[in-house]
Design a protein around this ligand. Structure first.
Ligand code: HEC
Length: 220
């Protein structure tokens, strides 16, 4: 064997050995568990340049996996169970304000409902208002508004509480017709919205003569 052949042989053996080690390290297992429906950071992050995840977002993912994923899919694509609409790119999820979304989560919605261009009519959506705390509802709302392809703003605990307050005593699921009458920004969707309670507290804080004048004005 000449020098050249020896170099090539040794080099090839080295490459084969390296390839084996590389595959062992990075190749993964060749079984179904590699494709398990566990949402990892890779499947739910907004992309390579995604900002660091907030604690609410992480908590929201945990709640989503535990409560919603079976029906709405590991990546919010819907059809986790037959006839379930997607949350990814759903106009109900990424609406400008969360007033309708929070109502859907708190008391559920009954179809027909159009989501991302397709009509659904399924009675499966559950009411979460009595199952999850306001903090958990805020976290899961924030998560679904920011996961996958969604780029909605976060939802605060105050916004959740405001809507729960406005809808206190409600048992029935929402219909789309009812939801469409509610401005998206209601319930704290914009920073300037006040709940009736907040408004009352503000009025109480006014000096008596100002309050008198205001009441007189409103009474006209
Ligand atoms: C048992 C199945 C099931 C579970 C669990 C479930 N949903 Fe739904 N969800 C539905 C169905 C079905 C609809 C559509 C209702 C219809 O067709 O009238 C829906 C509708 C929605 C909608 C409005 C439509 C859309 O796709 O944007 C949102 C938002 C939503 N669900 C969020 C959630 C979240 C968040 C959770 C977990 C906290 C959850 N759902 C858990 C079945 C489910």
């Amino acid at each position: 064997m000449g020098v050249l052949e020896t170099v090539i042989l040794v080099g090839s053996l080295g490459l084969i050995a390296w390839g084996g080690v590389y595959l062992g390290h990075y190749g993964g297992r060749f079984d179904g568990s590699e494709f398990e429906a566990v949402p990892t950071k890779r499947t739910v992050s907004a992309g390579p340049a995604a900002a660091p995840e907030s604690p609410e977002f992480k908590e929201g993912r945990r709640i989503y996996v535990a409560n919603c994923q079976a029906c709405h899919g590991t990546r919010g694509e819907g059809e986790g169970a037959p006839g379930v609409p997607p949350l990814d790119k759903s106009e109900w999820v990424v609406a400008a304000g969360p007033a309708r979304l929070i109502r859907i989560l708190a008391h559920a919605v009954e179809g027909p409902i159009k989501v991302a261009g397709k009509e659904y009519n399924n009675t499966g959506m559950l009411a979460w208002g009595s199952q999850l705390s306001p903090e958990q509802l805020a976290a899961v709302s924030t998560f679904i508004r920011q996961a996958w392809g969604n780029k909605g703003g976060p939802v605060s605990v105050d916004q959740i509480k405001a809507v729960l307050n406005e809808t206190k005593g409600r048992e029935a699921k929402w219909t789309v017709a009812e939801l469409e009458k509610i401005p998206e920004s209601l319930g704290g969707g914009s920073a300037t919205e006040l709940t009736p309670e907040q408004l009352r507290d503000k009025l109480k804080a006014l000096p008596p003569e100002k309050l008198q004048a205001l009441l007189k004005e409103l009474g006209k």
